[in-house]
Design a binder for this molecule. Structure first.
Ligand code: PNS
Length: 162
């Protein structure tokens, strides 16, 4: 049984993330999509909201488990006996950060391999921040996130506007 983890902030999940999760789920017996904390980010959504959105968007894929964890990624992988980390790569600008994380994770827990899936060409520019920026100005985001997420994002910015 080969398990992999697809960790991220998912603030919020986009079609780019969904595409990576879907493709990774076909490569492994079990895929853990885990909502984690990136210390460099100030989140718009609570961890509960991010998990709710991820669960809703991936509920039709039977070998995906959605979870959350607030410690080190490698601690989670050790607990669950997972040796493969999946990350999506968009442009070359992602590379340095991803390389640093992959090498650091391997250094902390020997045996953890990171596998990068290239983004679908349609989503190579897409990010959660872009979705939020456009939504904050009232722009259209339905081409980038499922309806469930769109509603949550809209609610968030309505609240902020009040
Ligand atoms: O979607 P993101 O923000 O690029 O995901 C980054 C994330 C959450 C996967 C990364 O920050 C992470 O692994 N956080 C957990 C804490 C940890 O292990 N940090 C050290 C990474 S080398």
């Amino acid at each position: 049984m080969v398990r992999a983890i697809y960790p991220g902030s998912f603030d919020p999940i986009t079609y780019g993330h969904i595409d990576i999760a879907r493709r990774a789920s076909t490569l492994f017996d079990e895929l853990y999509v885990v909502v984690m904390e990136n210390k460099k980010k100030n989140y718009t959504f609570t961890v509960e909201e991010r998990v709710e959105m991820v669960k809703e968007c991936l509920k039709d894929i039977p070998n995906i488990h959605v979870d959350t964890f607030s410690g080190l990624l490698v601690e989670y992988t050790a607990q669950k006996n997972i040796d493969v980390v999946i990350r999506g790569l968009r442009a070359v600008t992602d590379f340095e950060y991803e390389l640093q994380m992959a090498l650091a994770n391997k250094e902390i827990r020997n045996g953890v391999e990171t596998i990068f899936l290239m983004t679908d060409k349609n989503y190579s520019f897409l990010s959660s921040s872009l979705v939020k920026e456009v939504a904050s100005f009232g722009g259209k985001i339905s081409q980038w996130v499922p309806e469930f997420v769109e509603i949550m994002v809209r609610k968030k910015y309505e609240k902020h506007a009040k």
